[in-house]
Design a protein around this ligand. Sequence first.
Ligand code: AMP
Ligand code: MG
Length: 484
Amino acid sequence: MTSVPTLVLDGRFARELPELALPWQAAETPEPRVLALDEQLAAELGLDPGWLRGDGIGLLTGTHLPEGATPVAQAYAGHQFGGYSPRLGDGRALLLGELVDDSGRLRDLHLKGSGRTPFSRGGDGLAAVGPMLREYVVSEAMHALGIPTTRSLAVVATGRPVQRETVLPGAVLARVASSHLRVGTFQYARATDDLDLLRRLADHAIARHHPAAADAEHPHLALFQSVVAAQAALVAEWMLVGFVHGVMNTDNMTISGETIDYGPCAFMDAFDPTTVFSSIDTGGRYAFGNQPVVAEWNLARLAEAILPLLADDQDAAVAVAVEALGAFRDLYSAAWSAGMRAKLGLPADVDASEASSLVTDLVALVQADHVDHTSFFRGLGAAARGDAEPARGMFLDLAGFDAWTARWLALGPDADAMDRTNPVYVPRNHLVEEALAAATDGDLTPLDRLLEAVSAPYDERPGLERYAEPAPDSFGAYTTFCGT
Ligand code: AMP
Ligand code: MG
């Protein structure tokens, strides 16, 4: 059976917010070939994987859509590295429409690399196989780690070469998200000076993401508070797992609280707050340790954008916004502290100040010795079971480690709980590079193996040892490139 006859791609975004939706078509793909397909996600969406690999491949590239579908390029603005661009928009992307999944949730089906649009500026509208597979792998890993994220349904090689520093094979990513509303979407709507549009956008966001806000005394303030809470929780999760987004521009921050736009992103190996991977982030604006502050800054831009909805009088609106934004730090700290307690397996009766001093001292130790973040926390699970050597071996300051460990063990950490929160496998940079390089040359085996490891990150399995290890020294300093 195929799902073709029942496939309905709705156009709710385009219908409710036509000012932000430019009807557009995907470019033809000379020789489409599926490189990666998330069959489980396809099934959730009511799409038959066999069909998608065959006759249905045109859905994944946007070239053959069901009757009535209205693909659009979405308009948005954004602060990029702090500088405001009034008109960004989907320069190489299209929203194909919305699907209702098997649990009744509305999900966007969206393409990246689908050709030029009126928002392309100087760009070619295309994407190369490597960066699209990077988004596929990292978003899959994030999802498996339990971190809110857009999903990757498929990467399809187009058969069209893409000119970058060299000529590379082109690809289209089919992405699924609870929506593609961004902080930058609100900035764009605000800049039109059309208050009715701004209000419709806010109401659309409430209905799709934060429905409880509709019942609040002040729904638009409640929307803002909900986004603040969702982003505080999200960025805390990034920090707990060592994820560096790399390009936290306001157009790359969602209203839903899902991680979006995997460009120069990477997982940190050695713990260091100054870690930067992006070749263009020369000032370290989006360094690992800056992410909470940047998220707060971006939320302040969202507050500015929706100011007219918060109160009739500007001063009153600013006061309301400042107060609501003020919650970010406490929400972030609470989420991060709770997450660190879980990573250390601390029983519920350990008091907050004791946990907090333990965490502070640990952060100082791992930072001083440039300890590998992922394997250290996993190794602590073994230490809780009586074998401290794997973790201890990562330190130069053995006395410091021993003293800290004695304090921690005295609290009775729960090793099994730790193993459920400290992953064995994350998409380490050297493994991602290896997989992408092989895939670009036509060999998908390393990619499939890496996906196998990161899609069950908490279950240690024999045969996957090298996926749990830090990069060899020969890998050197890692840089990712934004010119994707
Ligand atoms: P990003 O860095 O992916 O968040 O993209 C920032 C902006 O640049 C968005 O408006 C993108 O649509 C646009 N963009 C990125 N790459 C291309 C490309 N190859 N062609 C056209 N527009 C692009
Ligand atoms: Mg983006």
